[in-house]
Design a protein. Structure first.
Length: 233
């Protein structure tokens, strides 16, 4: 099954899928990390607020991040990327507690959010490849009820825009908190996500880091809704 939305600049595209996403970036709770590390640590929270009756058996939320060039604000074809996975992400009421923030270990670099969704649907936030677009501007999916990697469908050199895409840069040895991202579904059916509401909960971020006693160094707060910051230490 495919849910389609018009393909215009700044609009969303939704692919409905039927299996789990690729494995997320993770770090063992006993791992050691400091300023001399050649990797970087990310802390982020993510959740889904379901506006009406919950109808999706998959309560997970996967965010797909892909490398981009800060000078051109374009994705890097064949560039590195990672995913973040939150299980039990669904909140049915605003008063429901948020899932715990995640702690991830990633390669240093500049990344943009290119897709988000559960195991049964994906919303793309960048332009897709022309060969998958029909004359009505809808996305054509190869087959049904199979896993589709969002990277197969997005333009590998897609243009990004400050204020429309979440982007950030992180250097080796840094511990960066990106904030908490709350996505929303406005109906009981599987539809596209709107752009996430971002907020900061520094207490929750530090509580997540407390579960990794081997990680040391100051936690830097970065807002990916703003122009990417320098990756210099």
């Amino acid at each position: 099954m495919l849910i389609i939305l018009p393909t215009l600049t700044g609009m969303l595209l939704t692919l409905v899928l039927a299996s789990a996403c690729a494995g997320p970036a993770t770090i063992d709770s006993s791992a050691r990390f400091d300023a001399a590390s050649d990797k970087a640590i990310l802390v982020l929270g993510s959740s889904t607020l379901w506006k009406e009756d919950f109808r999706d058996p998959d309560r997970s939320l996967t965010l797909h991040w892909q490398e981009f060039d800060p000078k051109t604000l374009r994705l890097v074809p064949g560039g590195k990327g990672f995913t973040s996975l939150t299980r039990g992400s669904v909140r049915l009421k605003r008063a429901d507690p948020y899932p715990a923030a995640q702690v991830l270990r990633v390669e240093p670099g500049s990344y943009a959010l290119v897709a988000a969704g559960s195991g049964s649907s994906k919303t793309l936030y960048v332009q897709q490849k022309d060969r998958y677009v029909n004359k009505w501007g809808h996305t054509m999916v190869r087959g049904h009820y199979v896993y589709i990697d969002p990277l197969e469908y997005i333009d590998p050199g897609a243009q990004l825009a400050v204020g429309q895409n979440y982007m950030f840069s992180v250097a080796a040895g840094q511990v960066v908190y990106l904030g908490h991202f709350e996505f929303a579904r406005h109906t009981r059916y599987l539809g596209g996500f709107t752009r996430a509401r971002r907020f900061e909960d520094e207490v929750a971020a530090r509580a997540a880091l407390a579960g990794y006693p081997g990680i040391s160094g100051p936690m830097i707060i970065v807002n990916p809704a703003k122009p990417p910051q320098s990756v210099a230490r």
